[in-house]
Design a binder for this molecule. Structure first.
Ligand code: GDP
Ligand code: CA
Length: 325
């Protein structure tokens, strides 16, 4: 992978709102584009679950490994070059092996669980891991309380997130997504102050229903973002009517939305100022603008690290473009 050196953009504190792989890629572009210590990433924890007695936080780990330069470039998740000896040994004991846990990855779950058991919050445990990996950005779980996502299928089943996504490979048509425990969650001080201080808030190209919506379901966060003085900009995860990966396109359709960047625009209209859509969707720009969002058209597929940085710079420049003054 080519890793050019870039001059940092001095645009003040930036908050990114992210799920896993798509979110992590743009977060990494922002991390490489901004001055050190300017980035805070608010990460979905709706996918979190207990497994082997350990607290697993798949999206936090994906963002953390990506920013640390440790992510497996093929999958986007897990640690590059990781082995699975522990998983093989667990399998030999009769344990479930549908969720792949690498050996180095396992250390993250063990350490996090130990920190939580000794009384640290998830925000504190995450900060400890992030510091140890040398990441000069803040990663904040959307809240410290568990807010597990449940997926209701059109066949009438209520599935845990990992059942829907990993075990059943997101093949079920989705009727509704539930964040029932969100009502008991509270906004952390770290998130409130980051949102208030931000000059830019970036909604990464993450799944709107499974990654962004759970974050916005934390009481008070949507209103806090709405009230923030930051420029607010999103990137469509839908390119040419399809998701780059995962069920976002299928879910737009099954939940009754337009399966396009325009469908994404309608979800975020009223909350964001600007939406970035891919150049293949240029014909949708007038319709996106008609939702009240300023529309920016640019290549948005992040294959390489240079793509991530190019998109992030475009996002930051577009957010602060003078026509929005
Ligand atoms: P997950 O938790 O791993 O499912 O990750 P996210 O919710 O953060 O990201 C999934 C979304 O990212 C999918 O809807 C993809 O279409 C989108 N995505 C992945 N890679 C890219 C990319 O390179 N460009 C854009 N625009 N979207 C992407
Ligand atoms: Ca996820």
């Amino acid at each position: 992978m080519s890793e050019l050196q870039y001059d940092p953009l001095h645009v003040g504190p930036c908050v990114a709102i992210a799920g896993g792989v798509g979110g992590a890629r743009l977060a990494d572009g922002l991390y490489r584009s901004l001055a050190a210590d300017s980035l805070t990433v608010i990460v979905n924890t709706g996918d979190d679950f207990e497994h082997f007695g350990l607290t697993m936080c798949p999206d936090l780990d994906t963002v953390m490994y990506t920013l640390a330069g440790l992510a497996n470039p093929e999958t986007g998740w897990g640690v590059v070059g990781d082995t699975t000896h522990a998983l093989a040994a667990l399998r030999a004991y009769g344990a479930d092996d549908w969720f792949i846990v690498g050996d180095r990855d396992l250390a993250t779950h063990v350490r996090r669980t130990a920190l939580l058991h000794s009384g640290h919050t998830l925000t504190q445990a995450t900060a400890s891991l992030v510091d140890a990996l040398g990441i000069r950005a803040r990663l904040l779980p959307m809240t410290d309380a568990p807010v597990p996502t449940f997926v209701h299928t059109q066949a009438g089943e209520r599935l845990t997130f990992q059942d829907y996504f990993v075990r059943r490979r997101h093949q079920d048509a989705v009727a509704r997504v539930e964040f029932a425990q969100a009502t008991q969650a509270t906004l952390t001080h770290a998130i409130s102050s980051a949102v208030d201080a931000a000059e830019t808030i970036v909604f990464c190209p993450s799944n709107p229903f499974l990654s962004i919506e759970p974050i916005l379901s934390v009481p008070g966060l949507r209103a806090r973002i709405a009230a923030a003085r930051a420029r607010k900009i999103g990137v469509s995860p839908i390119i040419g009517g399809a998701a780059v990966k995962g069920p976002a396109a299928d879910m737009l359709t099954s939940l009754g939305h337009d399966c396009s960047a325009l469908g994404v625009a309608r979800l975020y209209a009223g909350l964001l100022d600007v939406l970035v859509i891919d150049e293949v969707d240029a014909a949708l720009a007038p319709a996106v603008s008609a939702t009240g969002l300023r529309c920016v058209v640019t290549p948005s597929l992040m294959r390489s690290i240079d793509d991530r940085v190019a998109l992030a710079r475009r996002v930051l420049e577009a957010a602060h473009a003078p026509e929005d003054d």
